[in-house]
Design a protein around this ligand. Structure first.
Ligand code: MN
Ligand code: MN
Ligand code: MN
Length: 276
């Protein structure tokens, strides 16, 4: 059975509708899919209906932005109840924070010579929550830079003209939201924060101390040696392990639905907490 417990739709920064995401997961042999859009559950109901039709199992989820030290980290909530008032309040909180940040970014971009950045980025975001990737895409669209990476290097990244520092809520707060909504908290892609191994271990320690349940030991295609190392770190702290593609858009084979190998036997799978 293939479990893919991290994926995005166009309700955040993914390209597909929930229905198309579920269809693609089914076609790629996924048996259990979690939909985990950034700071929103707007796609969960549609994905549930599509999953019933397709004959696969769906886990409602969300990927919250959180703060650890000076950096951002992502915490996935699996099995959260969409009806939870605590979850809705958390989503509103994040939405307001993102809106304030987007406004500040657009003001900086305006001063840098792009007065229409806010409207332009909003148009690109469509149904999704407006965020930095949409400003990056806007800068590409108007020909200011060649690609999204260059947009971050020149305008949006650390120390650049439209770099707006924002303090996301701390991990214990985010984990509290997820637990209040009946879900389990998973530290997303720990190897992607560009930390030394020692710092990464400190992050996992802090996550465990804040009440976290599991860590993504597989995020998309990665070396088997990294998976083994992460499982060692996670097992030593009695945490569960999760795996997922972090699928956003087709044609990115390194984060394609279901295609990241299987969770090794030494790992304690997070789906045991979810009744599988
Ligand atoms: Mn994303
Ligand atoms: Mn993430
Ligand atoms: Mn993600």
């Amino acid at each position: 059975m293939i479990f893919d417990l991290h994926s995005h739709t166009y309700f955040s920064d993914g390209a597909l509708s929930p229905e198309a995401l579920v269809e693609r997961a089914k076609a790629r042999g996924v048996s259990v899919l979690a939909i985990t859009d950034h700071d929103t559950i707007a796609g969960v109901d549609l994905a549930h209906k599509a999953a019933v039709k397709a004959g696969i199992q769906l886990i409602g989820g969300i990927e919250f932005s959180s703060q650890w030290g000076k950096g951002g980290v992502h915490i996935v909530g699996l099995g959260v109840s969409p009806a939870s008032p605590e979850l809705q309040a958390a989503i509103d909180f994040q939405e307001q924070a993102r809106a304030a940040r987007s406004l500040a970014i657009s003001e900086r971009l305006s001063r840098a010579g792009f007065p229409d950045a806010l409207a332009g980025a909003r148009e690109i975001a469509g149904a999704g929550t407006l965020g930095r990737p949409h400003f990056a895409q806007y800068l590409v669209k108007v020909g200011a830079v060649k690609n999204v990476n260059a947009a971050f290097k020149k305008y949006l990244g650390a120390g650049k003209p439209a770099d707006v520092k924002y303090q996301w809520p701390l991990m214990d707060q985010v984990i509290g939201w997820i637990h209040a909504a009946g879900g389990f908290a998973v530290l997303a892609h720990p190897a992607k924060y560009e930390l030394t191994r020692m710092k990464m271990c400190a992050l996992v320690d802090a996550f465990a101390a804040a009440g976290g349940d599991a860590v993504e030991v597989i995020s998309g295609v990665q070396p088997a040696s990294l998976t083994q190392d992460l499982i060692k770190i996670v097992n030593a702290r009695s945490l569960y392990s999760s795996c997922g593609s972090d699928f956003h858009i087709p044609d990115q084979p390194w984060q394609e639905l279901g295609s990241f190998g299987v969770l090794p036997d030494e790992a304690k799978p997070v789906w045991n907490l979810l009744g599988f």
